[in-house]
Design a protein. Structure first.
Length: 270
């Protein structure tokens, strides 16, 4: 079992909940861990987190006892290899539409004979070369690291049964991009989008795949009912925006009420 499968097993088979880090913020990571989140997503596709920062976040998450997922932009060797050396539990690649992409991800992320990953025996993934048996270490890295192919386009959906049948990788569903690709931008709850998501889950489960996704609160019931393995249900920017907005609105409401009271007080004066 890879580390995601182990975590789900240890959680009684129930869905794990995660939070995404779109910028480098150790404080948010620690708060998420204290709140009980079980995984963090380190964003390197759209965000500006560096590989050095990603490795630090992996260290912090490991110390807090939660899983880490790094999302990289593509399956280029340099991106796959550098992310893998950070020692994450999950490595995710977006916009997967062809079997060749999954094979390339596996080639650069797995050591021989499963792949052709380059050897750098002093990385964090290697535990800095401390273990004496490097052959056993490589085998364990191959077994532990979860590789996720992100299905989030109509083209990927058309070939999802073929993609899901490839051994050695799991599936991440991107609802927002999937909705846009199906002509339903920002309508992740649309029946067509939900049907597409259900099709991806069925294809994954038919091939014993772990399934992960991210969504807004309105879609929590749908995904939890599907019984997926990992649900990223929040992120640092959304939490900051919501809390800041809520506090500002409360203060504005109090100020408005106070102003109204002051106005009434002035009106009743002789």
């Amino acid at each position: 079992m890879n580390r995601l499968q182990q975590a789900v097993h240890n959680n009684g088979g129930r869905t794990l909940f995660g939070a995404a880090l779109y910028f480098y913020d150790p404080v948010f990571l620690e708060i998420a861990a204290e709140l009980g989140y079980q995984a963090v997503w380190i964003e390197m596709e759209h965000g500006h987190i560096s590989f050095a920062e990603a490795a630090d976040l992996c260290r912090m998450a490991a110390g807090a006892g939660i899983l880490t997922m790094i999302r990289i932009p593509d399956t280029q060797r340099a991106n796959v290899l550098k992310a893998a050396e950070c020692g994450p539990d999950i490595l995710d690649v977006p916009m997967i539409e062809r079997p060749e992409q999954i094979h390339e991800l596996q080639k650069f992320a797995r050591f021989a004979p499963e792949g052709a990953r380059g050897i750098f025996s002093v990385s964090r993934a290697y535990r800095y070369g401390v273990p004496n048996d490097m052959v056993a270490t490589q085998k364990k890295i191959n077994e532990d690291l979860c590789l996720m192919a992100q299905i989030e386009t109509g083209s990927g959906l058309e070939r999802v049964e073929e993609l899901a049948a490839i051994p050695g990788s799991d599936l991440f569903i991107g609802p927002a991009d999937l909705a846009a690709s199906l002509g339903r931008p920002f309508h992740t709850s649309h029946p067509e989008v939900k049907a597409a998501a259900e099709r991806i889950v069925r294809a994954g489960r038919a091939n014993n795949k772990s399934i992960a996704t991210a969504c807004a609160p309105a879609d929590y019931p749908f995904w939890i009912e599907l019984g997926i393995d990992l649900l990223f249900c929040s992120n640092d920017i959304a939490c900051l925006r919501q809390a800041a907005g809520d506090n500002l609105n409360k203060a504005r409401e109090l100020l408005a009420r106070s102003g109204a009271r002051a106005q009434r007080s002035q009106e009743v004066k002789p």
